[in-house]
Design a protein around this ligand. Structure first.
Ligand code: NAP
Length: 267
């Protein structure tokens, strides 16, 4: 892939840290964004050990003026990224009555508004040079619905809706936009967002494997390299999305039953 400039949000942990390191293996200069400076430094070292270069910027992506300030610094000091990976995300899966309006707002802030702000900042220069790749990392919640995760599902749909809009808008301008949909990935996400694990529908666990962060990172890397519109891992989710489009009531009732089972089991 050569010495590309790659910006990864949420690079202090999990999928983002693994993705940054994966691009490091290709000799990329990776720009790392997240709040925790110490953990960003650890990722920077991993990127360097893998053979790449790294620049870290600690930023709270909930804060739009701060995000714009850091994005301007990246542009001025390093240039426009060739690849932007909008990965940072948080959000608890909770029933409506346990979700505060503040928490619902913050889930729209990150991932969606943060991805909007960064994409809006870097896209004009990408359009000008007629090239660039933008990736969005999301979950099946962008395409399926189950109980006890409404605010999270809404935020994920905002992200997917934005990405799909850009796919059609930016393709003629030479920019590829990829949507990465992952099932459960082994990362600190569920420790960082307590309450969520208990609300994962107990549905098809025997058939749907858990991914490692490295597997997710490989999928992101390959999806971007091949300019894929839609990457889904594990692939079985594609079948679920088709089923949901054809038989929405059946899928909804299965997911409702599976979510009830999960909550009753307490995990
Ligand atoms: N794990 C899964 O099962 C799974 C499945 C599908 C999709 N995803 C999505 O994949 C993405 C990465 O998740 P992960 O599993 O790697 O979880 P994670 O280990 O909790 O990582 C989340 C990353 O987002 C960053 N972040 C969160 N809020 C932020 C904020 N306000 N400002 C800046 N950075 C922020 C965190 O960094 P700081 O805390 O340092 O700020 C961290 O680097 C998320 O969008 C998640 O929803 C996860």
């Amino acid at each position: 892939m050569g010495a590309k400039l790659v910006l990864v949000t949420g690079a202090s942990s999990g999928i983002g840290a693994a993705t940054a390191t994966r691009f490091g293996r290709e000799g990329a200069h990776v720009v790392l964004l997240a709040r925790d400076a110490e953990r960003l430094e650890r990722t920077a070292q991993a990127v360097q050990q893998a053979g790449g270069a790294a620049s870290s910027f600690a930023v709270d992506l909930q804060n739009t003026p701060e995000t714009l300030r850091i994005a301007a610094r990246v542009s001025n000091e390093l240039g426009t990224p060739d690849i932007l990976v909008n990965n940072a995300g948080a959000g608890r899966w909770l029933p409506l009555v346990e979700t505060s309006p503040e928490e619902a707002t913050s889930m729209i802030g990150v991932p969606y508004l943060a991805a909007f702000t960064l994409t809006r900042t870097f896209a004009p220069a990408m359009i000008e040079r007629g090239s660039g790749s933008i990736a969005f990392v999301t979950s099946p919640a962008s395409y399926l619905a189950w109980p006890n995760a409404g605010a999270y599902i809404a935020a994920r749909r905002a992200l997917a809706g934005f990405a799909e809009g850009l796919q059609t808008e930016l393709k003629p301008k030479g920019i590829s936009v990829s949507i990465m949909v992952f099932g459960v990935v082994e990362t600190p996400y569920f420790d960082n967002n307590p309450g969520s694990l208990e609300n994962i529908p107990k549905f098809g666990q025997r058939f749907i494997p858990v991914l490692s962060a490295d597997e997710a990172a490989d999928a992101i890397f390959e999806g971007i390299a091949k300019k894929k519109r839609f990457v889904v891992k594990p692939e079985i989710y594609r079948a679920l999305f088709v089923m949901n489009a054809l038989f929405p009531k059946t899928v909804a009732s299965q997911l409702r039953r599976a979510a009830k089972k999960a909550r009753a089991a307490g995990a």
